[in-house]
Design a protein around this ligand. Sequence first.
Ligand SMILES: C[S@@+](CC[C@H](N)C(=O)[O-])C[C@H]1O[C@@H](n2cnc3c(N)ncnc32)[C@H](O)[C@@H]1O
Length: 229
Amino acid sequence: MNWRFWERSRGKNPADAPSSLEPSVVKAALTPQLSREIRESFNEASRDEEHFPSTIDPRIQHVQVLLKFFGDLTDKRVLDVGCGKGRFARVLSESNPRVAVSGLDISEAMLTCVPEGVEKVAALMTDLPFAASTFDCVYATESLEHAVEIERAVAEMCRVLKPGGRLVIIDKNAEHWGRFKTPAWERWFERRELEKLLERDCGQVHSEFISYWEDVAPDGLFLAWFAVK
Ligand SMILES: C[S@@+](CC[C@H](N)C(=O)[O-])C[C@H]1O[C@@H](n2cnc3c(N)ncnc32)[C@H](O)[C@@H]1O
């Protein structure tokens, strides 16, 4: 995804917070007004197919790490958190006729592009409208960075995961903050910071750097975090 889109947005660097604070200690609130602002921003962004595409090449590592970590999806329930136009959900649902994929997003306009066969859910990732232990697999690709209330969003993803269920978060590395212009609410993550949040509810937590292509070494921008509940 090309983040030059955000060069138009006004933005204050969340990393401007006092450096003595660990990132996870810097708390922000997803007020109704901010949530409206984020929704409207992504509703508008949905018209920008170049920067917010509705498809993804399944060979891209971001897709491959999900497929590999989740394994056989036959008769499994999967949740895509902050699914956007459902480009990942599309690949997963096409990968197995017996998988049930739900895509959840704050932006109704993004959800209109989610393909048929994927359940569409308009909601906040900090307040997932599902019972505990509903899903076998949960993932969030470049969406947790917009959650504002990060700890709450991670706790919600873990809550809706079944015991033994698998969770993947793909997002950007805080060490590369400043590489693109970002909206004011966006946060990137330190490797250990998200690992610690996941360890509250899950085991087998680990993370790895990923690039787009298998034969290209990661440049450190993207991290994938993995956990098993
Ligand atoms: C950068 S896009 C990524 C979309 C998709 N995961 C992908 O990789 O194509 C971020 C998505 O997160 C959604 N989003 C932002 N804040 C959200 C929130 N609090 N709850 C649910 N979705 C949210 C946006 O509407 C947007 O579709």
